[in-house]
Every structure is written in C-alpha cells, then in structure tokens.
Design a protein around this ligand. Structure first.
Ligand code: HEC
Ligand code: HEC
Ligand code: HEC
Ligand code: HEC
Length: 487
C-alpha cells in the first residue's frame, strides 16, 4: 500500500483503505469499494450523473463522461496528486483566484476509481475509433497549431510552445492534452462543446471538420515528446506508384503552369508572379519527401510559398500524388554542376540595370558575389534592430542546426547551400537566385533588421518563403550563423 496516505483527505477514507489492502478483494467488490470512495470523497464536489450544466452552478468539472474522457495513466497520476492544477485561476474563478489543491487518493484507490469509470461512466455519444491518432502527420499537427491560434483558442486556454506556457489561463490547461485526453472524446467534444459545458464561458468555433481534426491532432501532441507522426509517403499508394500514370497527370494538370517539359513556361505562367518552379532544374531525387509531398498535396502555402501552386489532394488523390512524385523523380535530375547559376542568370527576369550588375560582377562565372536583390526594404522600425544575442558557440551551433537541417518548412541549406553560397540543390530552379551569404561585399551593407524581417516575412514573388513559425530567438541565431559564413 502506498505510504503517502498521510495527505489523503478525510480519516474515514484512510481507515477504509487500510481495510481494503488487508483483504484481497474480488473485482466486483473492488468496484463497490470504488463506488463508496466516490460517494464519500468525490460527489460533494463532482457530479457523476445528470445533464450537462453551467460551470457557475458546479463546484468542479463534471465526471459524468469520465470513462470516455481520460487516458488512464493521466487519471491515476491526477488522483494520486502528481499533476499540476488544470485551472490556474481556480475552476470557479468567480469565487477565488487561486488554483485549488486537489484531494489525493492512494494508487490502488486511483486504479479502482479508474476501473469504475471505465465500467460505469462511458459516454454513449463518444464513438470509439472516430479519431485515428495513427494518421496524424506533422503537417496536420502544425496546421492544427495555426488553426488553434486563428480560432482564438489561445485566448482562454494555455499551451506549450518552445518550452514556454502561453495563452489565457481562464479555462482548462491544454499543455498536457496528449497525456490527458482520449482522442475520441476530444473529437466529440469539439463537434459541439455545448453538449458538455453549456453557459460556462465556452466558445463555438466556425471551423470545418478537417480543421477540427487538425486542431485535435495538434492537441494530442501537446505534452508528448516522442509523438509518432504518420508519414503518408510510406503508405501503400507510394509502394505502387507508377511513373506512367504520373506522366499523364503531369500533362493534364501540372503542365498548364509548369510547362510540358518542366521549364516553367506553361500557358498560365505569363500571368504569374512568382513564376511556376522550373522543374527541369530541380534534382527531385535529392529533395526531402516531406517537402515534396507537402507542396504537392497541400499546396504552396504549406511550405510558405505562393497560393497559386494549388493543393492537389482532392483533385488527384493520394495515388495521384504518389504517381506524379514518381514521375518528377524519374524525369527531372537538375542541372549538371556549374551550369546552375548561369542558367538561373539567363532565365532571370529583372530590371536591366540590376541584370547588368549581375552579369558584370559574375564575369559569366557561376559564383555571383554581389547579387541583384529583389527583396523589399524592411520598415524603419526593423532596420534599426540589432542582434540581441551574443555570438557564442552555442548560439552559432543552434543557428547552424536550423540552417542546415531543422528549419521548417525547409532547411535554408536546401536553397542557400551548405556553405551559404546560394548554390543549394534548389538554388538553380529559382529566379531570382538565393542570396549568397559568403559575399561580404554585399552582406556588410545589409542590416540585421533587414535579414530578420525577410526571414520572418519571406520575399513575396521569389523562392524565399516566410519562416513566420520561427521564434525571434531562433531567427537571431540564424542571423549570427549567416554572418559567420562571410568571406
Ligand atoms: C473539494 C472538492 C473536490 C473533491 C472532494 C474532489 N475533487 Fe476532483 N476536482 C475538483 C476541482 C476544483 C477540479 C478542477 C481541477 C483544477 O482546478 O485544477 C477537479 C478535477 C478533477 C478531475 C479532472 C477533471 C477535468 O477537468 O477533466 C478529476 C478526474 C477529478 N477531479 C476526480 C476526482 C475524484 C475521483 C475525486 C474523489 C476521490 C475528487 N475529484 C474529489 C474538486 C474536487
Ligand atoms: C472565450 C473563451 C474560450 C475560447 C476562445 C475557447 N475555449 Fe475551450 N473552453 C472554454 C470554457 C469556459 C470551457 C469549459 C470548461 C471550463 O469550465 O472551463 C472550455 C472547454 C474546452 C475543452 C474541454 C476541456 C475539458 O477538459 O473539459 C477543450 C478541449 C477546449 N475547450 C478546446 C478549445 C479549442 C480547441 C478552442 C478553439 C477552437 C477553444 N477551446 C476556445 C473557454 C474557451
Ligand atoms: C496554377 C498553376 C500551377 C499548377 C497547375 C501547378 N503548379 Fe506547381 N507551382 C506553381 C507555382 C506558381 C509555384 C511556385 C511557388 C513559389 O515559388 O512561391 C509552384 C511550385 C511547385 C513546386 C515547388 C518547387 C519549389 O519551389 O520548392 C512543385 C514541386 C510543384 N509546383 C509541383 C507541381 C505539380 C506536381 C503539379 C501538378 C500536379 C503542379 N505543380 C501544378 C504553380 C502551379
Ligand atoms: C526554397 C528556397 C529557399 C529557402 C528554403 C530559403 N531561402 Fe532565403 N532566399 C531564397 C531566395 C530565392 C532569396 C532571394 C530573394 C530576393 O532576392 O528577393 C532569398 C533571400 C534570403 C535573404 C536575403 C534578404 C535580403 O534582404 O537580402 C535572407 C536573409 C534569407 N534568404 C535567409 C534565409 C534563411 C535564414 C532560411 C532558412 C531559415 C532561408 N533563407 C531559406 C530562397 C530560399
């Protein structure tokens, strides 16, 4: 028996616990004991049955659907006092402003209570299997995180972002959602919160079912460090992908913008800015599958790019996406090394003066130093900013990891190159080309605040996507790293 029963409330309970532990009882009588514990120690605050009601008429959250709502390990931890308060300002913030200290029971009592809930407090409205947790992709979860903010959820609930707790602590804390909730309960709750908590300050969001599912995917990753994301490109459709079918899709759907031979010159291209990517210049074999899948399945904005690149999931389905990717990989291998920058310069459409500068400073070679910059000048309030971090070894290392590997939607090196010389594998496909950070002659004249602004906002009409999801701190780490690449 658990020794810290000193903190258990009520001496009657302690006495009963002692009794239970000494007499190896059967399951049925355990459940009866659990009912007694609930009757004696819980119902003065919680309701176990009845109709959903206003928080302002209750003392504590309803447990009417407790058998469907919680993950068992969380419930045990909660009841044995191992969890932080859920309501930072108190469940009844109208009566007190402090979180309440919850009564604690022993581990065996907690288990008996959990068994009791599982047997007697299932919610028939909750359809088991309604939400498939094994199909949540990284993209869906991060989209769900954006939807969470866009729908004001952050206004009343806290979450964990980059190790910080943010949000309005009015209602329940959601930073451990993935440990706490059953996903099917969350889904049913989300379909209509008023079926559970009417007149409690709750909010009905104008969200579609896919958005709700994305938000739940996001919540279920909160508090779960090793969440196993689904990778659609490992699905059976990709196993049987066909280059031949992909070729037909390319002709029917992609060539209208990207051109019949992938030169970015389809009939729609003349009216588009940014221009459709020049597939012929991209070595598709080398691109990360996640990136390729996201831009084709979910569209340009999924990777911080133009919404004129459509999301194809509905039109061609999972099999079509798999097939067209197989076709891209089999057909387009990129340019031979060295031809890259020359080709990019040749296809570039830019003001004559800038073009002249570029040509003269490149001297026809592939390593252009001072580049024509298409980026817009940042507002004055940004231009005066200076890097608040010291360029320590840790900061440079953090910046390097982001640049080379981890930045989302894409690692900077993919375009700017591992050395920062603008010759990443995607570089040749982009007009204008990515910035060459090794060129001190150019970089010395670009203020920190300008770099900061472009990284956050992107450079619309160019390949430079927006990295609005990066925290200020991470952007400053990147800027130190970029500056360290200069020659
Ligand atoms: C003195 C009143 C009181 C008693 C007694 C009490 N609780 Fe609670 N309980 C609360 C309050 C208040 C909360 C909200 C938690 C917070 O503010 O952090 C809560 C939260 C909970 C939750 C989480 C609810 C949610 O929001 O999902 C569970 C589960 C729970 N209690 C179970 C029990 C059980 C089982 C017992 C009996 C062993 C019990 N409680 C006894 C007041 C009480
Ligand atoms: C205006 C404040 C407000 C906003 C905005 C809001 N909520 Fe809530 N939410 C509440 C209140 C109040 C409850 C009822 C629980 C309680 O009594 O605190 C609740 C309950 C919940 C619960 C169930 C909590 C539990 O354990 O019983 C979830 C999950 C939830 N909200 C998610 C969301 C999501 C997702 C959004 C955005 C679409 C959102 N909320 C927006 C106030 C809000
Ligand atoms: C309506 C025009 C249009 C159609 C149709 C179209 N695309 Fe695109 N695509 C674009 C534009 C514009 C971009 C460049 C976006 C940017 O740079 O912001 C792009 C970019 C891309 C990229 C990303 C390259 C990069 O910069 O990372 C890929 C891959 C791609 N398209 C594949 C496809 C495939 C496959 C199809 C057919 C299923 C297709 N596109 C159909 C307009 C289109
Ligand atoms: C998909 C390709 C691509 C990726 C990925 C990319 N960039 Fe860029 N970047 C570009 C292009 C193209 C330009 C040139 C834009 C222009 O001239 O308007 C550019 C320009 C820039 C500039 C120049 C700003 C200026 O005003 O001169 C900075 C700074 C920059 N990128 C930083 C980054 C960082 C940091 C990352 C990673 C977090 C990154 N880029 C990822 C393509 C990319």
């Amino acid at each position: 028996m658990n020794m810290n029963r000193g903190i258990v409330i009520g001496s009657a309970l302690i006495a009963m616990v002692g009794l239970m532990s000494s007499s190896g009882m059967s399951l049925a009588s355990d459940q009866m004991a659990a009912r007694d514990i609930l009757q004696q120690n819980c119902v003065q605050c919680h309701r176990l049955e009845g109709r959903p009601g206003s928080r302002f008429n209750l003392k504590a959250p309803d447990l009417i659907w407790a058998g469907s709502k919680y993950r068992r390990p969380w419930l045990i931890d909660w009841l044995t006092g191992k969890e932080a308060p859920l309501y930072a300002k108190g469940y009844r913030w109208d009566l007190s402003e402090a979180p309440s200290k919850h009564p604690v029971v022993s581990a065996s009592e907690a288990n008996a209570i959990a068994d009791y809930f599982a047997a007697h407090s299932k919610d028939p409205r909750v359809k088991v299997g309604a939400y498939d947790l094994s199909k949540v992709t990284k993209f869906e979860a991060s989209f769900g995180g954006m939807a969470f903010k866009a729908h004001a959820c952050l206004g009343c609930h806290t979450i964990n972002e980059d190790g910080k707790i943010i949000g309005g602590p009015q209602s329940t804390a959601l930073q451990a959602s993935g440990q706490r909730y059953d996903q099917d309960w969350l889904f049913r709750f989300g379909l209509n919160p008023q079926d559970f908590v009417p007149h409690s300050g709750e909010f009905l969001a104008d969200a579609t079912e896919p958005q709700l599912r994305a938000v739940i995917g996001y919540l279920m990753t909160q508090g779960v460090d090793d969440f196993k994301y689904y990778e659609p490109w490992t699905s059976p459709e990709f196993g049987v992908a066909s280059v031949g079918r992909g070729k037909v899709i390319y002709k029917e759907y992609c060539s209208q913008c990207h051109g019949a031979t992938g030169k970015g010159d389809g009939p729609a291209a003349s009216g588009l800015n940014p221009k459709p990517a020049i597939h012929a210049n991209i070595p598709f074999e080398k691109l990360p599958m996640e990136y390729l899948y996201n831009v084709i399945n979910h569209g340009g904005p999924a990777i911080g790019k133009s919404p004129n690149m459509p999301y194809w999931n509905l039109t061609i389905g999972q099999q079509g996406v798999a097939d067209v990717i197989a076709y891209l990989k089999a057909t387009f291998k990129g340019l031979p090394a060295g031809a890259a920058a020359v080709s990019a310069a040749a296809t570039r459409t830019m003001p004559t003066k800038a073009a002249a500068t570029a040509t003269s400073s490149s001297g026809g070679r592939s390593d252009v130093c001072v580049q024509p910059r298409k980026t817009v000048k940042a507002p004055d309030s940004f231009l005066v900013m200076t890097n608040p971090l010291a360029a320590s070894a840790e900061v440079l290392q953090a910046g390097k990891t982001l640049f080379q590997k981890s930045a989302k939607p894409a690692a900077c090196a993919m375009c700017h190159g591992e050395k920062g010389d603008g010759k990443g594998m995607m570089g040749a496909a982009l007009v204008p080309p990515p910035r060459n950070f090794t060129c001190n002659a150019m970089m010395k004249d670009i203020p920190d605040g300008q770099l900061f602004w472009i990284i956050k906002k992107g450079s619309p009409g160019t390949g430079m996507m927006s990295f609005s999801g990066l925290s200020d701190e991470k952007v400053w780490q990147l800027i130190h790293y970029i500056r360290s690449l200069g020659r």
